[in-house]
Write a protein that binds this ligand. Structure first.
Ligand code: ATP
Ligand code: MG
Length: 243
């Protein structure tokens, strides 16, 4: 039992929840270490949405709203951490949602699809095929899923698939607390923020963005600038960490 007044309450509850989800198979055991790396970077940005992350989140909303075929690709960690938030974003931007896993088994895919449905997500069903140019199991997706989407939101993506999707001409939006990762550097747009803060911010922006702001954000997408700002914000915090 984690006491509510523990200074790291939220982090500890999240860890406990992810561990439970790993026991049921929704989260891969490897997903726990990926979460740990994320937590370390979250410390460095001060566990808050930075100004550059907010800009990236509003830009992501502009991209999703202007897409003809938007899609949210969900893995185990994303489902465990943010199923409700994904459901709300889906309703706001009318994106399709598909489960895509690195550690893929049919049973795990179905378990995560059910888990998402129980949180109100409308999940794509049907047979997946090996459609992406990748040697591992993230090559599997559905023809009416990632394969045919023009804008793909891939929270917690791996670098290989991110590069492959960009190579296929898609607009790829990643959520990754590590601005140095291959995912972060190869995506069209990277949101350096924690997933459960990032998704609601995108949903909020989808609701209140004006046409003028949307056009202006789409004209000025600059992932290199966003990543350097994220690194600058981290460096600034680190240089004053012991003040
Ligand atoms: P690559 O360099 O190929 O992109 P990686 O080293 O980033 O790979 P992954 O397995 O893709 O390795 O790691 C998951 C990434 O997700 C990490 O960079 C981590 O910082 C980030 N991450 C983990 N949990 C969260 C979270 N809750 N919110 C946002 N980012 C997260
Ligand atoms: Mg990555």
């Amino acid at each position: 039992m984690i006491p509510k007044d523990h200074p790291r309450y939220r982090s500890l509850v999240t860890r406990e929840h992810l561990t439970e989800c790993a026991k049921t198979g929704i989260v891969a055991w490897e997903g726990l270490t990926a979460h740990g790396r994320g937590e370390a970077f979250d410390y460095m940005i001060g566990e808050r949405t930075t100004p550059s992350a907010l800009l990236a989140e509003r830009t992501a909303a502009a991209m999703l709203l202007s897409a003809s075929n938007p899609l949210i690709s969900v893995n185990g960690n994303t489902a465990a951490l943010a199923a409700k938030e994904i459901s709300e974003l889906q309703k706001t931007c009318r994106a399709r949602v598909e489960v895509n896993l690195f550690h893929r088994t049919k049973k795990r895919v179905e378990m995560i699809e059910d888990f998402l449905r129980n949180s109100g997500v409308d999940v794509l069903t049907g047979e997946a095929e090996k459609l992406l140019p990748l040697s591992h199991d993230r090559a599997w997706c559905r023809r009416d899923g990632v394969f045919s989407a023009d804008v793909v939101l891939v929270p917690l993506e791996d670098g290989d698939r991110c590069e492959a999707l960009v190579g296929m001409g898609k607009t790829v939006i990643a959520v990754d607390l590590n601005p140095l990762s291959r995912t972060a550097r190869s995506a069209t747009l990277t949101i350096v923020d924690e997933l459960t803060r990032a998704i609601p911010q995108i949903t909020r922006a989808c609701c209140d963005i004006s046409d003028i702001e949307q056009q202006q954000l789409l004209r000025s997408v600059d992932n290199h600038y966003l990543l350097s700002e994220a690194i600058r914000e981290m460096t600034l915090r680190l240089s004053h960490a012991l003040d």
